[in-house]
Ligand binder design. Structure first.
Ligand SMILES: [Zn+2]
Length: 475
């Protein structure tokens, strides 16, 4: 080995470090470019009638991913106390109510921190100022109770954080214990966003918007602060209105938020005498059109499912550590194991799942400023959110209604029709992509049922889905 030459190990090390650096940079680039699906919100606004159509079946009979979903969510202060992390709790039905699953690791931490004992008053507690007095030989407080709950860990840091759950300079703490929210897909009747994007929006009780200038580029950045869906109380009011008035919600809803008395007024398209002229004009009593039935919807399971263990670990790990240190529990280790197991299971599935989880992280994890950055394409309102699995099922449902011979088609033809579908034409019948070279049926009498419309389908299919004519094999 000559003296000038670098040792092969040093060279190897340098090469390795370079490779690692490149990998890291690539990871970062990937992170920045990650193009997650932006949610489009339909916000209620104070004092304004908002007209929309609910998509899907009620929470109580929920069976599809896009049916309205009831979740338990709380906002928990982050370690820096600069903002909150939205946590969707694992929940169970108990006595007809949705409550936190007592076995879930965060529920257990919450219960541990809030351990309490009933302490009966003694003479030593008598205190006129606090209203603890002796009456008829019994010591009672202003509420007539003969004692009070004493929190065992009231002096600990972890208790103070959980009980006082608030970021810096916050006036009122937020409840660590979760509240019930309902998230649903709706069709917005105030503009044509849904039509243009061929997609539903998410109903939210409030959508805050702030604008900030990017110091480097001078560009204005819009940030959205959406409430997670609507409070369960409003969902109940909507449900009860429709059940009483018609038995279903297959007409448009008209909801007005009355912030001053913390109420919502709920009407529907058929309640003409309670609606303004504008609302009357916007609200439809008609069934959804074929086009609307085919709108893509948000998969609410995916977007609003129970927060992952890795999220609890990453964002709230500090609470688990603090609890262990002060109360002698071993939650952090357990959480780490759960997160590892979860990561392995995810790996065993596929990469697709992984990116979905990233999307979930992005949506539900926006702590600090609690915002979701609005991309420029969203702002323009023209981007088409990514397709989800239920879309194909819906397309098939639609095909079944317009193609009497659908069930007789060979699978290869079905596939051609699905992949080359372009849009529902203005006549209500399917248009296929020009690239599939749509042609008329060789049966000159072939028309869509009950119409004069002549079907045009991709030229590679072997059988007409309308009349069942079998085409000769192409040379
Ligand atoms: Zn035909």
């Amino acid at each position: 080995m000559s003296e000038q030459s670098v040792s092969p190990f040093a060279a190897a090390l340098a090469k390795r470090q370079r490779a690692e650096q490149e990998q890291k940079e690539a990871e970062e680039r990937k992170g920045q470019n990650f193009d997650f699906e932006e949610l489009a919100y339909f916000p209620l606004e104070d004092g304004k009638e908002k007209v929309f159509r609910i998509v899907g079946n009620p929470v109580e009979v929920r069976s599809k991913q896009d049916d309205p979903i009831l979740i338990l969510q709380s906002q928990v202060v982050n370690e820096k106390k600069s903002g909150y992390v939205k946590i969707n709790w694992d929940a169970i039905q108990k006595d007809g109510k949705l409550v936190p699953n007592p076995d879930w690791v965060l529920s257990r931490l919450y219960s541990k921190v809030n351990e309490r004992d009933w302490k009966k008053y003694t003479d030593a507690d008598l205190d006129d100022k606090k209203g603890i007095v002796k009456a008829e030989g019994k010591i009672v407080n202003a509420d007539g109770k003969n004692g009070e709950w004493v929190y065992r860990h009231a002096d600990t840091q972890i208790y103070k954080i959980v009980d006082g759950n608030a970021k810096k300079d916050e006036k009122y703490p937020k409840s660590f214990y979760p509240s019930k929210r309902v998230i649903m897909n709706v069709i917005n009747r105030h503009d044509d966003w849904c039509k243009i994007n061929n997609h539903t929006q998410i109903l939210t009780s409030k959508l805050g918007v702030s604008e900030k200038k990017n110091d480097k580029t001078g560009e204005m950045i819009r940030s959205l602060f959406p409430d997670t869906g609507i409070p369960e109380t409003l969902y109940k009011a909507i449900f009860e209105h429709f059940v009483k008035s018609r038995g279903d919600w297959d007409v448009d809803a008209v909801v007005t938020k009355k912030a001053s008395d913390k109420k919502y007024e709920v009407w529907d398209a058929t309640d003409a005498k309670y609606l303004s002229d504008l609302a009357k004009k916007l609200a439809s009593e008609n069934d959804l059109t074929k086009e609307e039935l085919l709108y893509e919807t948000y998969d609410l399971d995916k977007l609003f499912g129970v927060s992952s263990y890795s999220k609890l670990l990453k964002r709230l790990g500090y609470l688990f550590k603090l609890c262990d240190a002060e109360l002698g529990t071993e939650f952090f280790k357990e959480l780490e194991q759960l997160a590892n197991k979860e990561a392995e299971e995810r790996k065993a599935k596929n990469e697709e799942e992984k990116s979905e989880d990233d999307a979930e992280e992005k949506h539900n994890n926006e702590d600090v400023k609690e915002d979701v950055k609005e991309t420029s394409s969203r702002a323009r309102g023209v981007s088409k959110p990514s397709t989800d699995t239920s879309t194909e099922e819906k397309l098939v449902e639609y095909f079944k209604t317009v193609f009497p011979k659908w069930k007789d088609l060979p699978d290869s033809d079905k596939k051609i029709l699905i992949t080359n579908f372009d849009k529902v034409g203005s006549n209500g019948y399917p248009d296929f992509k020009m690239s599939s070279n749509p042609v008329q049926c060789s049966n000159a009498d072939c028309k869509f049922e009950g119409s004069n419309v002549i079907p045009q389908t991709p030229d590679t299919i072997s059988m007409c889905p309308v009349c069942g004519e079998v085409y000769p094999e192409q040379a």
